[in-house]
Ligand binder design. Structure first.
Ligand SMILES: [Zn+2]
Length: 427
């Protein structure tokens, strides 16, 4: 007996989707149990014994457990939404609706496709609201982290939507046009276009987009600033690229990051971080970020992303006219827009396994940047203290299950990082 190809595709998808769910859910359970077991041992983990009170440890365990319990439901809910979108007939319905709407207006090429993609994106944006709101206004608030207001949160969402329309729609328009107009090598042209666009965003994001959401100011006058300027000169970093950001208007979490390339490269310190750290510790954080710059980490990540994009588009080019793939999800006729939507929905179970690999590379970068900071400052203590302080203030999980952190963490755990600092010869 012949099994129709459509049924095979649906079955294969469901198996992969189920495996992905089981791994995600299982890792979370493993982590919850591990954190509870470590907590029951009744002693503070290494490196934290003299740097953290029992109350702070207790609070960090409670925070980790609360997030893990919430993650259970968020995971199930998110999966259900994807299944509903794929199998409830919503896609074919929206496909028809988009075509109808497009036909009523002037005939702009691909208007139907644009509306279809936008519609699906909107469904997911609306569906993610409950988990987003609960996490921000309940969970984060319960532990004293949330500082955003409903008004600010709503404004953020509206700005995001507007940016999506202003930047996302023209982007999608060009992609759909390239897919249609450039023949069988469309995927190569699209690859060139999307790579260029990514590069443009790396430049535009820190200078034009991030300032729409936060204020970026040069560091306030004082000892920290003076010492940072000296360090920047020593390392060869352009000093007008160091900013403080008003992260405190949304959250009490503290952080710092390095972003941009070429003329737009910049180091951003959250105001919350500046307030928490001593001058030496703040300088260590900055030296760490300069390490990312010195070792060209952004560029390396971009190269990896570009390789993934190339492979992804090539695979898409093989599937874009494969009728059973569309039929499996109720779409009668293949279209480029539907191919993009299906591809982004179906690629989850495949790209899921790439996440840990990217995290592996990112963790390697973190070790390198820590090492750079220690060697530049010729002193391991401030970096170590800064890591401990960041962990304590953010109530980070001190004892993640090794599999969980290997899978999900883009940074090594504080214990791993401090352990690595101790192995640096000059330290
Ligand atoms: Zn880093």
């Amino acid at each position: 007996m012949l099994v129709p190809m459509e049924q095979l595709i649906v079955a294969a998808f469901l198996v992969l989707f189920g495996v992905e769910f089981a791994v995600e859910f299982g890792l979370n359970e493993l982590n919850l149990r591990y954190v509870r077991a470590k907590w029951a041992e009744n002693k503070l983990p290494d490196f934290f014994q003299h740097n953290m009170s029992d109350e702070q440890y207790a609070k960090s365990v409670q925070y980790t457990l609360a997030k893990g319990r919430f993650q259970r439901w968020a995971e199930i809910y998110g999966r259900l939404i994807t299944l509903v979108v794929l199998f409830s007939g919503l896609l074919p319905f929206m496909d028809r609706l988009a075509k109808d709407v497009a036909n009523r207006f002037v005939s702009i090429a691909n208007l139907g496709g644009l509306i279809f993609c936008l519609g699906v994106a909107l469904v997911f944006a609306v569906a993610s609201l409950p988990t987003d709101l609960y996490s921000t206004f309940e969970l984060e608030a319960r532990f004293g982290f949330n500082k955003t207001t409903w008004k600010l949160h709503l404004t953020d969402k509206l700005k995001g939507l507007l940016l999506g329309i202003l930047i996302g729609l023209p982007f999608l328009f060009v992609v759909l046009w390239l897919m249609e107009a450039t023949g069988s090598y469309w995927w190569l042209w699209t690859f060139l276009f999307v790579s260029g666009f990514q590069l443009l965003m790396v430049i535009v994001y820190p200078t034009l987009i991030a300032p729409l959401f936060n204020k970026f100011e040069s560091l306030p006058e004082g000892e920290l600033r003076n010492r940072i300027l000296r360090l920047a000169e020593q390392v060869g970093f352009k000093t007008n690229g160091i900013f403080s950001m008003d992260g405190s208007k949304r959250s009490a979490h503290s952080n710092a990051y390095f972003t941009g390339i070429g003329q737009t490269k910049r180091i951003v310190l959250f105001d919350t971080l500046i307030a928490q750290m001593t001058i030496d510790q703040g300088l260590a954080v900055l030296a760490h970020e300069m390490g990312h710059y010195k070792m060209k980490h952004i560029r390396r990540m971009l190269v990896v992303q570009t390789v993934f994009l190339f492979c992804g588009l090539y695979i898409l080019s093989l599937l874009v006219n494969y009728k059973p793939l569309f039929g499996a999800f109720g779409l009668d006729n293949p279209s480029n827009a539907a191919a993009l939507v299906l591809f982004s929905l179906l690629s989850g179970p495949a790209t899921f396994y790439l996440g840990p690999l990217i995290n592996l590379l990112s963790r390697k970068h973190e070790y390198e940047a820590d090492r750079f900071a220690v060697e530049t400052l010729r002193n391991p203590r401030p970096m170590e203290e800064a890591l401990i302080k960041l962990t304590v203030k953010n109530l980070a999980n001190l004892t993640p299950h090794p599999w969980y952190s290997a899978y999900h963490y883009s940074h090594p755990t504080p214990t791993e990082r401090i352990g690595a600092i101790h192995t640096i010869p000059s330290a």
